[in-house]
Design a protein around this ligand. Structure first.
Ligand SMILES: *Cc1c(COP(=O)(O)O)cnc(C)c1O
Length: 382
């Protein structure tokens, strides 16, 4: 069996090991140390936002954002339905209720029309407006973020931007994660850059980020002994992991260029197959193309996304269906949802293709050939 081709695996640039060695040499092996501040500084500068807290995961960042915004048990929080569960699990951690909003077809992200409908309808049904909105930029593609921010402002509801998959993506030249009241990033192993596991919270409000750092280190009040007047969390990023992050920040721009080129390679090779569709960038939207995704119209192609997935799997190549919408997940079956069936259809007809920046040209050729061969072997097309 040939070497496994992963969907998107960690890809070190070279400087990471030096930063990690430095952490060892100076014995800063804890969630305290100089790499943490330097990584936060690098992220803040890159995204052009003043304040940043480095945390143990993107999920932890969303959880702290909800706490800082005052989300409590029984509150409702709107969230994109088409996402990974890390976006909405923190709502449940707070004992709050997720309200899911479906996607539009242009970016596959939160539909602004359904968002407004959801806000008005929840207000009518519960007498209260949702307490916050979590909007996700899936696969690196910017949501219609300005329209969504306008709606949120009109209803005075704060927005958390889940840019876990979209570090480096921009809308009209401005980095994602900086439009909302707070933004989050993830540095999990498969994201565009990684700290092996980690996340960050960014904001323009210094007090919020200070509070996030306080809560993430067990909420210790200033005292010689351990004094606590808040419930804290163990959510800080370790100095060792922040060292990896510093090295990864140095090659982030290169990774974005590589990811975009991978998308172009697939598009050029596959766009002429009848029934295969890509997700182009609408005007003003710049995607980091974290993962290349396709839609397959089986009526026209003669094969399904599952046929592609199985053909790739037979060659030890990993691909994956698009995220299963949260409003279809058993665990959230009782959550209110506002859907027009778009994310459901995307889930049924979409596939994430292997998009690793450490995958070779020859391997990409092999992937493309495997997909092209489905046309030939399909009896319906002969
Ligand atoms: C990865 C991811 C998260 C969670 O990040 P972790 O660092 O894995 O906790 C949240 N939202 C989306 C959309 C993600 O892809």
């Amino acid at each position: 069996m040939s070497e496994k081709i992963w969907l998107s695996s960690p890809h070190m640039g070279g400087a990471e090991a030096r930063y990690v060695q430095e952490a060892f040499d100076t014995n800063w092996i804890s969630p305290v140390g100089p790499h943490i501040a330097a990584f936060e500084e690098a992220l803040a500068t890159y995204n052009d936002i003043p304040y940043c807290a480095a945390l143990s995961s993107g999920t932890a960042a969303i959880h702290l954002a909800l706490i800082i915004l005052g989300v409590k048990a029984g509150d409702e929080v709107i969230c994109s339905s088409f996402t990974f569960s890390g976006s909405c699990n923190p709502i449940a951690y707070q004992g709050a209720v997720p309200v899911f909003v479906d996607s539009e077809r242009l970016t596959w992200n939160m539909d602004p029309v359904l968002l407004e409908e959801a806000i008005v309808d929840r207000h009518k049904k519960t007498g209260r407006k949702p307490r916050a909105i979590i909007v996700v930029h899936l696969y690196g593609m910017p949501a219609q973020i300005e329209t969504i921010m306008d709606i949120a402002h009109r209803h005075a509801i704060p927005v958390i931007e889940d840019a876990a998959e979209a570090l480096g993506s921009t809308y009209r030249g401005k980095k994602l994660g900086t439009f909302g009241d707070m933004g989050i990033y993830s540095f999990n192993g498969n994201k565009i850059i990684t700290t092996s596991g980690g996340g960050a919270l960014v904001a323009r409000n210094a007090t919020w980020i200070q509070h996030a750092k306080f809560l993430s280190t067990q909420a210790r009040d200033p005292a010689v002994h351990y004094e606590h007047s808040h419930i804290g969390f163990n959510y800080r990023l370790s100095n060792v992991c922040a060292g990896i992050g510093r090295g990864q920040m140095e090659i982030l721009q290169t990774r974005i260029e590589q990811k975009r080129k991978i998308y172009e390679t697939y598009r050029e090779a596959l766009e002429n197959i009848p029934g295969i569709g890509f997700l182009p960038e609408p005007d003003g939207h710049f995607s980091n193309r974290w993962l290349t995704t396709i839609l397959v119209d089986q009526q026209r192609s003669g094969f399904s996304t599952e046929d592609i997935r199985l053909a790739l799997e037979a060659k030890n190549i990993e691909s994956r269906p698009l995220w299963k919408p949260m409003h279809l997940q058993p665990v959230f079956k009782n959550a209110p949802s506002y859907s027009a069936g778009v994310s459901e259809e995307l889930f049924r007809t979409g596939l994430c293709l292997p998009s690793g920046t450490n995958t070779t040209k020859d391997q990409y050729l092999q992937i493309v050939e495997t997909i092209l061969r489905l046309q030939v072997t399909n009896p319906a097309l002969r």
